[in-house]
Write a protein that binds this ligand. Structure first.
Ligand code: CP3
Length: 353
């Protein structure tokens, strides 16, 4: 079915088509860097805010109004589905996802029943429907990839070493793959419901995949992410596959099926290009910490990303999420600069500027 945003710069670029300018959006564009977010967010768990469609809709729209970005991303979280089916996950402010009873053995699989989006996450569907009515630009739906969600369920809180996760992976392979499979099904059901409600693209967040060696990633993680992205292909919308510190995994990640592969700031886009098949669209990869320092260092960094991005098959973004201490005025200028940039000199002279 044709989507109202098929001709937008973001969707065209995701599909490998030419666009009038390089599209730009920011991971975590909604959130604590915005005073209007802090004003409406309240003090409860972010999961309570996500469950209020009117509030979630407003928070999603805030950065769209302020920045003139080319895509909106649903205000939700990667743990929303596991929370909704009662696994006992919350998000502690300043910490991240915390789990009352972490995943330990085979009996814990029973705590991961299938997601019924209409019943378990009706608020997500309602928020997406309301947003699609309001938005002049495409809405990106998302899900957490099986590995990144598993790492929270197993560790019980954010980790720097992933020791417990790697222990399960390497000591009980059958349980590991059963867990990956359950989490893949949750991601698929969630993405399906968001696209059915009108979202125009999907992003699979495997934020912590870079913790793995390429061989462990290929053996223990790639099959489940491929399952999610293959099922998402049937939804007919562009798919983005993102992780952090994944320089050594980009080729494998590109093989999971998505049209677009996210790159963090550690790998220059021209180098990333050599690691993925021809035709792959890259998303990224301005260093979010540079943006948080202010405009002076950000301006040349934006130009460098644009140059290395090559002017086509490039969705401009940060290499990871906006840091809370970022001045929104800097991001506003990033959008202006990306939109004004023309890689084709003929276009540049045709423009009266
Ligand atoms: O603007 C957007 O990008 C959309 C919203 C979004 C949030 N979480 C809102 C949020 C998205 C796409 C996510 C996904 C998510 N959540 C990921 C993958 C992306 C990434 O950053 O790698 C991960 C790893 C999580 C887990 C998570 N949720 C963490 C680590 C935290 C930070 C905890 C903190 O308080 O510092 C959260 C909470 C969270 N999710 C916030 C936001 C805006 C901030 C907390 C709040 O406002 O209460």
């Amino acid at each position: 079915m044709p989507d109202a945003h098929d001709d937008s710069p973001f969707i065209r670029t995701c599909r490998g088509e030419t666009a009038e300018h390089t599209p730009v959006w920011f991971m975590r564009q909604a959130g604590r860097s915005l005073p209007e977010y802090r004003a409406v967010r309240g003090t409860g768990s972010i999961l309570e805010a996500i469950a209020q469609p009117e509030l979630a809709c407003e928070i999603t729209l805030q950065p769209v109004r302020r920045y003139g970005v080319d895509a909106a991303i649903l205000y939700s979280d990667i743990v929303t589905p596991v929370h909704a089916i009662g696994f006992g996950v919350d998000i502690a402010p300043g910490v991240g996802p915390v789990v009352e009873q972490p995943f330990r053995d085979r009996r814990d699989l029973d705590r991961l029943r299938p997601l019924e989006p209409d019943v378990d996450t009706p608020y997500v569907i309602e928020t997406v429907r309301a947003l699609v009515r309001e938005l002049p630009i495409p809405l990106i739906a998302f899900a957490g990839a099986p590995f990144t969600v598993a790492s929270y369920l197993i560790e019980g809180r954010p980790t720097r070493t992933w020791v417990t996760t790697k222990a399960l992976m390497h000591t009980d392979e059958r349980l590991w793959f059963d867990l990956m499979d359950r989490l893949a099904d949750l991601a698929i059901a969630s993405l399906r419901s968001q696209v059915a409600a009108g979202a125009s693209a999907v992003q699979l967040f495997d934020s912590w995949a870079g913790a793995l060696t390429p061989s462990d990633y290929e053996r223990f993680v790639l099959p489940a992410s491929t399952k999610v992205l293959t099922a998402a292909a049937e939804l007919g919308v562009p798919r983005i596959h993102f992780g952090v510190s994944t320089g050594e995994l980009l080729g494998l990640m590109a093989g999971a099926g998505a049209e677009v592969v996210g790159v963090d700031w550690r790998t220059p886009l021209d180098v990333a290009r050599t690691r993925v098949p021809d035709g792959t669209v890259l998303q990224g990869n301005l260093d979010p910490a540079i943006v948080a320092t202010g405009w002076e260092a950000t301006e040349p960094a934006v130009l460098d990303v644009l140059r290395r991005g090559g002017g086509t098959r490039h969705v401009f973004n940060l290499g990871h999420g906006v840091l809370p201490e970022t001045d929104p005025a800097t991001l506003e200028r990033v959008v202006e600069l990306v939109h004004a940039h023309r890689s084709d000199p003929i276009d540049a002279t045709a423009e009266d500027q």
